[in-house]
Write a protein that binds this ligand. Sequence first.
Ligand code: ARG
Length: 275
Amino acid sequence: MRKYGKIVVVLTVAVLVLGVLALAGCSGGSATPSATTTTPTPAANLNLVTPGTLTVGSDTTFPPFESMNGTVAEGFDVDMMNAIGKELGLKVVFQTENFDTIIASVVGHKFDVIASGMTITSDREKTINFSDPYFDSNQSIAVLKASGITTETQLYGKKIGVQSGTTGEKWATENLKPHGATIVPFKDTTGAFNALQAKSVDAVVNDLPVTAEIIKEGPTRGFVIIDSIPTGEQYGIGIAKDRPELLAAINGALAKIKADGQLKQIYDKWISTGQ
Ligand code: ARG
């Protein structure tokens, strides 16, 4: 009996020792993760419309930057935002928006950022912040080749189609309207080019790489670029002014994808040389 008693005591001690070790192991194990969780992950504190998701507002009628392939948005801006989302550990969702109201909508937090081939302008910077620039662009004038129009001056007094709320509309208003041209705004570039094809406008002023892409995609539509206008525009990602943490996170991720060649790869995938 005594013998067995000793064994019981030894076992009890052993269990206690093991228990203490297990507890030590637990607290030691939990010390490391709790130390890392106090360091904010990039996705933390961003005040996203949907937590864990970067919701992107975009007028998806602007190839090669954003267009719909069935129900899926594709293009330069889509790939760029997906790469940025990956850097930040966020899912990326594109939401189709009207370009004309897209700034008011991001200010109202309908979505987190604008990625829509949007030019950084001082006017827009009064209302929203922009990321660092990610693409250099210019304007262009397109006509129907069959119209015989070859110079800008031939457009004085004519009808000029533009997308409403764009820098193309601004350029046409400042440079062609004073010469008697009528500026006709459309909801999107698709509408403007359909009107050009239908001859209800005489020309379309629009971002050069987009007009070049529209001509490339529809070579039989009869469009030709008669002028590229060196406006020296730069595209940026638009963000509400009360989201400075998001701006910093986006700029950090953008710098990373510029430095490691991802953005260059996206450029080469979507932009034909000469645009
Ligand atoms: N870059 C021009 C602007 O900022 C046109 C942008 C139009 N973008 C679009 N997705 N429709 O005004």
